[in-house]
Design a protein. Structure first.
Length: 51
């Protein structure tokens, strides 16, 4: 029973990476930049429109 559990853990461990040093694709960088720009636009744009 524990053999099955260990094999599943090792199988999933190779697929999952959480290290911040992992390489990013250009698409991921672009999505992050767009999300940041929308956030900055909302943060500063809405108060300016309401003022």
């Amino acid at each position: 029973m524990s053999d099955d559990h260990d094999s599943q853990d090792s199988e999933y461990a190779t697929e999952r990476t959480t290290a911040p040093q992992s390489d990013y694709t250009n698409r991921e960088v672009a999505v992050g930049t767009v999300v940041a720009a929308v956030g900055v636009g909302i943060t500063f744009g809405v108060p300016l429109l309401l003022a």
